[in-house]
Design a protein around this ligand. Structure first.
Ligand code: SAJ
Length: 426
């Protein structure tokens, strides 16, 4: 069996490597020459533990990179589906391009699987007609289905090996072909959905649920603050109930999944009201973090703030929709166009940013020492492991002020308070 993976982002690449390392001949195709170049030169494109070695093993074995889509028994589509804010809908252009690429090399008996997160109805309503245009009828001579990826960035390889998979096929033969494909790859169960649209809906339901749950935790954080209650200890106590499992509050919800995917469920009927409110609650959290800082230091006018951690969550390098970065943006300009920390943020504050994991060259990232030097306050924007044991004595001795805001719960608040810091947490 040969598999052609279309799209070598972190999901496509991990999946391609996983198939290859399990003995399947894999062709990894991407339209981005730069990605192919970097991969062929052994440069990591994803920074996660063991990822690089896993991909390298695959490249030295069964994974072959290609600048062109190639004929294969199975085509896996793992392309991005960004949210088109202007039109308020999913941008399916990459899925359509991938469909056309597959159609160009499709043969009778081949199987096509879409893994990208898409609005319900995309596999049958958008992808199938594109595939059929090549003259091969989907369902008759070509198998087609939807199997969402569900791995957690930061934990990709391990979840790829163990997560359950959901399979929605256009007919029984498609389901059976896709089950056979994934069975050897995961120790999790394979669940069959009624059809591809149900499987697409389930993926969105999972991410929308998480987004709503985090909004609930963030709502509790705002309420607890008014009552002088420590929200994290309250949540921990509440979670002792057998049917209560509240998530963690924080500076907001980032990444390319949770802030985006709930919008894919929008059907224009207003039924998404709860999901919309949840997104609004989460979107307001970065501003709340800045208000917490303002409450601690009085006016932000003339203050310099160091934001430590600007990726969308701890221990990842991805900065997309990052709440920590949003906090920094509210305080001042953090792009490379700014020569140094510049005025012009909230109340004319200045900001410096440091992140040991982020690699975004458009951002003016500085070393930890440079970030905290003469800063009036520090805000932790992402809970990287590197921050957990930071020494408040060393940091405090470089700063001009003694305020720390930790909405991600990464530092030992007591230790910092003992040193003399005014510690504000969520
Ligand atoms: N966050 C909180 N509180 C929490 C948990 C998360 O504020 O209790 C924040 C994080 O800091 C981050 C954002 O939410 O800013 C999203 O992080 P996440 O770890 O919840 O999820 P993602 O976006 O990294 O991955 C999600 C996962 N979905 C679910 O758990 C239902 C993952 O399994 C999916 O595969 C992934 O989306 C995806 O690709 O769709």
């Amino acid at each position: 069996m040969t598999v052609c993976v279309h799209g070598l982002g972190y999901i496509g690449l991990a999946t391609a490597a996983h198939f290859a390392n399990n003995g399947t001949e894999v062709i990894g195709f991407d339209v981005d020459e730069d990605v192919l170049e970097r991969l062929s030169e052994g440069e990591p494109t994803v920074s996660e533990p063991d990822f690089e070695t896993y991909v390298q093993d695959a490249l030295e074995g069964n994974l072959e990179l290609s600048r062109q889509p190639q004929p294969a028994d199975v085509h896996l589509i793992c392309v991005p589906t960004p949210y088109d804010e202007m039109n308020g809908e999913a941008d399916l252009s990459y899925v359509k391009d991938a469909g056309r690429n597959v159609a160009g090399v499709l043969r009778p008996g081949d199987t096509v699987v879409l893994e990208s997160t898409v609005p319900p109805g995309t596999t049958t309503g958008v992808l199938a007609p594109i595939l059929s245009r090549g003259g091969l009828d989907v369902g008759d001579v070509v198998e087609l289905g939807y199997t969402p990826e569900t791995v957690m960035p930061g934990n990709t390889l391990s979840e790829l090996r163990t997560n359950d998979r959901i399979v929605g096929g256009v007919d029984e033969a498609s389901v059976s072909a896709i089950e056979t494909l994934y069975e050897p790859l995961t120790s999790g169960e394979i669940h069959v959905a009624a059809d591809p649209t149900t499987a697409e809906f389930v993926k969105l339901a999972q991410n929308a649920k998480r987004n709503v749950s985090i909004a609930y935790a963030n709502t509790l954080a705002l309420l607890a603050e008014n009552y002088g209650v420590d929200v994290r200890s309250a949540i921990s106590l509440a979670n002792n109930h057998p049917r209560v499992d509240i998530l963690n509050p924080g500076p907001g919800v980032g990444g390319h999944c949770l802030p985006v995917d709930p919008h894919f469920l929008s059907d224009g009927t207003g039924a998404t009201e709860l999901l919309d409110v949840a997104s609004q609650v989460n979107d307001r959290m970065p501003e709340h973090v800045v208000r917490m800082l303002e409450d601690a230091v009085g006016t932000l006018h003339g203050k310099t703030v160091a934001v430590l951690g600007i990726t969308y969550k701890g221990n990842v390098s991805d900065t997309r929709n990052s709440p920590g970065l949003e906090v920094a943006n509210l305080l001042g300009d953090v792009t490379t166009e700014a020569r140094t920390a510049v005025d012009g943020g909230w109340g004319e504050s200045s900001v410096t940013i440091h992140d040991p994991r982020a690699t975004d060259s458009r951002l003016q990232l500085v070393s930890l020492d440079a970030a905290v030097d003469s800063a009036h306050a520090v805000i932790f924007g992402a809970a990287h492991d590197e921050f957990a044991d930071l020494d408040p004595v060393a940091i405090g001795s470089k700063m001009s002020g003694q305020t720390v805001v930790d909405p991600v719960d990464v530092i030992d608040a007591k230790r910092w308070a003992d040193y003399g810091f005014d510690v504000r947490t969520i």
